[in-house]
Design a protein around this ligand. Structure first.
Ligand SMILES: Cc1cc2nc3c(=O)[nH]c(=O)nc-3n(C[C@H](O)[C@H](O)[C@H](O)COP(=O)(O)OP(=O)(O)OC[C@H]3O[C@@H](n4cnc5c(N)ncnc54)[C@H](O)[C@@H]3O)c2cc1C
Ligand SMILES: *[C@@H]1O[C@H](CO)[C@@H](O)[C@H](O)[C@H]1NC(C)=O
Ligand SMILES: *[C@@H]1O[C@H](CO)[C@@H](O)[C@H](O)[C@H]1NC(C)=O
Ligand SMILES: *[C@@H]1O[C@H](CO)[C@@H](O)[C@H](O)[C@H]1NC(C)=O
Ligand SMILES: *[C@@H]1O[C@H](CO)[C@@H](O)[C@H](O)[C@H]1NC(C)=O
Length: 580
């Protein structure tokens, strides 16, 4: 009864997605009043729910203003952090831990985009990825790598190692296309308390500053390699998930921009066939990925309300219905590919690199109607979810998939909560010279899942998500994406990077007084500050070792994993008590 009702209702909701709506742009992550400022994340995992206060925020518009802001912080012995106009990074990296701090926003430092010799582009740190791409394409050139989400800044994206998907050429990580960085670092009084250093392609230091988590210095400008303009031809093949653990290598080799999305509860795998074609190939397609389109606020809220209902009534079926409906809708509309920029009419969809690599139409506002937004906008109380991203060495990935399949086969429905977001997305990254980049050719998975409004509320089947997470990071030694994940993913992260000590040495050289360090970035980089408080495992702040780390009062106890027995997860077992 219940699920049939939901099924029809949700289908209706999903159809509404196709109605074109106007969006409210994300709010400014920095909000100030007479007493001070608050910086928040655009998803809302911290900021609103977990405050980050700073005394002063500066908005430099030129390199000299940026330098003088750094000098001001150094002279006055303030801690310093930088945030972009987007603030899309999920860990609290941009939050200075001391209130005696300065925050620099790069929101207004975005005017210069300069193309050199038809082969490189240099942009101010705060330039939006979309503006960079549009400018480059207008000059008959293409930027080869970018994250799939375009709502990021030039400096912010390289700083956390953001990536698309490719094993070809220089690979899918944006920082591997960087050939120069200007960085502002603290200096002594006679040098004016801060100076600009130019780091070129031959400098060892470039390997440290390409992926820097914002702790080495303040990036002023970034120079990227470009290629002559090209188009791409994309086809999604929705098929069975057999043999995926064997096919993924060949797939990554065969398609320059291939990826795979796996919906375990549906035994479905979607292979993205995606190769470069000549600029003269017919087609003016656009990749307007469904998850990044504007949603009517009412719809995002209804989806959230139904998720909460499924959670409170323990309705696995509800989550599964939502997953099934979403998947068939994605198949119907080609995930948001549009052949002519307007609608999906069939494969392949051919379009310019600048329109196919990255998207985020929910970011833009024609201001005429204020009834839609990005689905996760914290102002509307829409979607709220975790985002786990694990990066594997190739030889380990097949076994990981086999383990996840074993876990899935025990109870496929327990994966519905992942599948109604975006399943498990699999992408490719090449080995990098960056000290905090991938030491080897790698495969990366992303999966999102429901997060409760309240940190102390356990979630349906959370034991399964926790087991996948622990399998990835502990059994298979996967590396966490620096810009996503829950804290436990960063446990012992320094042992996973062979050049970690070189990064620390560069930090000593550039920022000897630790002006750019803070508790939050230390927590990520050095795995510091792991708490073992009641309920810590629910939020991924710890791996449980006692029941109190879960939620015994709500029937969630600390139990071993089902496939990976060494895992310790919070499992619903209302009749049980502690017996590890
Ligand atoms: C919907 C969504 C989809 C995403 N998709 C992808 C994806 O496909 N692939 C992927 O890899 N990632 C993805 N991400 C993650 C995203 O790419 C990263 O979190 C990225 O770092 C965000 O960039 P930002 O400009 O918002 O940076 P911010 O969050 O503002 O900052 C990120 C870090 O950079 C530092 N920083 C910013 N500017 C400077 C500067 N000028 N100098 C020094 N340090 C600086 C900050 O201090 C912070 O440490 C996604 C995120 C979202 C929200
Ligand atoms: C002003 O901002 C601070 C934090 O930045 C917050 O604690 C306080 O409630 C705000 N005051 C008002 C009146 O909004
Ligand atoms: C860049 O390319 C354009 C068009 O191909 C050409 O006219 C121009 O001379 C080139 N500029 C440089 C500096 O190579
Ligand atoms: C300031 O730093 C520069 C460069 O490191 C150095 O040459 C100079 O001696 C320093 N001056 C003082 C007063 O410490
Ligand atoms: C889709 O993938 C399946 C399984 O790999 C394959 O048999 C089929 O030919 C593919 N379809 C297309 C259109 O390529």
């Amino acid at each position: 009864m219940h699920s049939m009702y939901c099924s029809r209702w949700l289908l209706l909701l999903l159809w509404c997605w196709t109605i074109s709506v106007h969006a409210i742009p994300p709010r400014d992550p920095v909000q100030c009043n007479g007493t001070g400022c608050t910086v928040s994340n655009s998803y809302g995992p911290w900021g609103d729910r977990n405050d980050c206060h700073v005394k002063t925020v500066k908005y430099p518009a030129t390199e000299e203003e940026l330098r003088s802001a750094v000098a001001y912080a150094n002279k006055n012995k303030l801690k310093l952090k930088v945030v972009s106009k987007f603030s899309h990074t999920i860990p609290k990296l941009v939050c200075p831990s001391s209130s005696d701090s300065l925050l620099i926003s790069t929101a207004k430092y975005n005017s210069v985009i300069r193309i050199e010799s038809n082969s490189t582009v240099t942009a101010d740190a705060g330039v939006a990825l979309r503006d960079l791409i549009d400018r480059v394409e207008k000059s008959g050139l293409s930027l080869v790598a970018a994250p799939y989400w375009e709502g990021v800044s030039v400096a912010g994206m390289i700083t956390t190692g953001a990536h698309g998907s490719s094993w070809w050429g220089k690979g899918g990580a944006v920082h591997d296309h960087v050939v120069g960085i200007s960085m502002i670092v603290p200096a002594n009084e006679s040098e004016g308390y801060a100076k600009v250093i130019q780091i070129g392609p031959q400098d060892q230091l470039l390997n440290a500053v390409k992926v820097s988590l914002g702790v080495l210095g303040v990036i002023s400008k970034v120079k990227f390699l470009l290629e002559p303009e090209f188009k791409r031809s994309v086809t999604y093949n929705f098929t069975k998930d057999d043999l995926m653990e064997e096919n993924f290598i060949e797939h990554g080799k065969k398609y320059e921009f291939g990826d795979i999305t796996w919906y375990p509860s549906k035994h479905t795998t979607v292979y993205r066939y995606d190769n470069r074609v000549s600029i003269s190939s017919p087609g003016d397609g656009v990749n307007d990925f469904l998850g990044f389109q504007s949603n009517e606020i009412l719809i995002s809220q209804s989806v959230r309300t139904s998720e909460k209902l499924f959670e409170s009534t323990r309705s696995v079926t509800g989550h599964c219905t939502l997953a099934a409906t979403t998947l068939s809708y994605k198949k119907l509309i080609g995930n948001g590919l549009k052949n002519n920029g307007l609608i999906f009419t069939g494969y392949p969809v051919v379009g310019r690199q600048g329109n196919m690599q990255t998207s985020g139409s929910c970011l833009y506002s024609p201001t005429t109607r204020l009834d839609a937004s990005c689905a996760w906008d914290p102002r509307i109380k829409g979607l709220f979810f975790y985002e786990s991203t694990a990066i594997f060495d190739i030889p380990k990935f097949g076994d990981f998939i086999k383990d996840v399949k074993r876990l899935r086969d025990i109870e496929p429905e327990s994966f519905c909560g992942i599948d109604h977001y975006n399943g498990i997305m699999i992408r490719y990254i090449k080995a990098s010279d960056a000290y905090l980049g991938q030491p080897k050719d790698s495969v990366v998975i992303d999966f999102n899942y429901y997060r409760a409004d309240d940190a102390s509320t356990p979630r349906l089947n959370e034991d399964v998500m926790e087991e996948i997470e622990q399998m990835a990071f502990f059994k298979y030694g996967a590396r966490p994406h620096w810009g996503k994940n829950r804290n436990l993913a960063f446990t012992n992260v320094r042992t996973k990077y062979p050049n970690f000590n070189k990064f620390v040495a560069a930090k000593k050289q550039l920022d000897p007084e630790n002006m750019l360090s803070g508790d939050w970035s230390d927590e990520i980089l050095f795995g510091k500050g792991s708490v073992r408080s009641d309920g810590c495992a629910l939020e991924g702040l710890c791996v449980c070792s006692e029941d109190r780390h879960c939620s015994p009062s709500k029937g969630y106890f600390c139990k071993p994993g089902l496939v990976y027995n060494e895992a310790r997860v919070c499992r619903y077992s209302p009749s049980s008590s502690s017996n590890l």
